[in-house]
Design a protein around this ligand. Sequence first.
Ligand SMILES: Cc1cc2nc3c(=O)[nH]c(=O)nc-3n(C[C@H](O)[C@H](O)[C@H](O)COP(=O)(O)OP(=O)(O)OC[C@H]3O[C@@H](n4cnc5c(N)ncnc54)[C@H](O)[C@@H]3O)c2cc1C
Length: 230
Amino acid sequence: MDLSEEGVRRVVADRSHLGASDVTEVRWASDFRPRAALADRFRAGRVFLAGDAAHVHSPAGGQGLNTSVQDAYNLGWKLGAVLRGGADASLLDTYEEERRPIAAGVLGLSTGVHRGEVRRGAATRQLGLNYRESSLTAETRTAPGPARAGDRAPDGTVNGVRLFDAFRGPHWTLLGAAGHVDGVPESVRTLPAAPQSYGPGVFLVRPDGYVGWAGDTAQGLRAYVARVGL
Ligand SMILES: Cc1cc2nc3c(=O)[nH]c(=O)nc-3n(C[C@H](O)[C@H](O)[C@H](O)COP(=O)(O)OP(=O)(O)OC[C@H]3O[C@@H](n4cnc5c(N)ncnc54)[C@H](O)[C@@H]3O)c2cc1C
């Protein structure tokens, strides 16, 4: 690209509603080329890739930062669980398992937006992404309702408490268990019900806001709790 003042004027006149003379001064110009790439692996032993180091997008989709922050949250609580909670180190493998397919999908999406083939919409808001197929997800109900294990736990209100406020922080949240549940540590915030919009069941919400486990009752929760280092 011609980065001279004349070159910039020409591009502005050709590609926008402005005329060449509307550009009165060019203080700084650089050539920007979007890059799209995905790392083959997000983990090699003690090394983890997150954010743009793992996936770079065209900025057209506005997806890079959102995806990167979710990588960090996904990995962060797992590192804490293994280093402090005594969870098995295999929990860390679920970082790549969960995040790489999401990054690959988002990369395809942002490339489509960049090429003008896809419009921004529900997909670019990333609110429908889920980990239903993750090996870390346990849906144990016989007839799951609208909110399923692996889904981003929806907002709602329980006894005047807004769920997105209750979820905020590094803790787990248990919805739908009246009183203390055997084997579930005090660090888990417990609310006695889940909103109707979730459907019936008991839901254990991960620190990154996804439903990790769902059951008809709180029975069976103990094995899951041990797996995730709670
Ligand atoms: C023009 C543009 C527009 C964008 N718009 C959006 C948007 O609207 N929405 C969105 O979600 N995303 C957007 N993005 C993407 C977003 O900026 C990135 O996805 C996000 O910044 C990635 O964060 P990161 O921490 O992984 O990497 P970075 O933000 O690149 O951070 C990496 C840091 O590491 C430092 N570093 C590098 N090497 C070393 C070293 N050897 N030692 C020490 N430090 C080092 C760098 O200086 C940098 O500070 C846009 C990107 C661009 C370029």
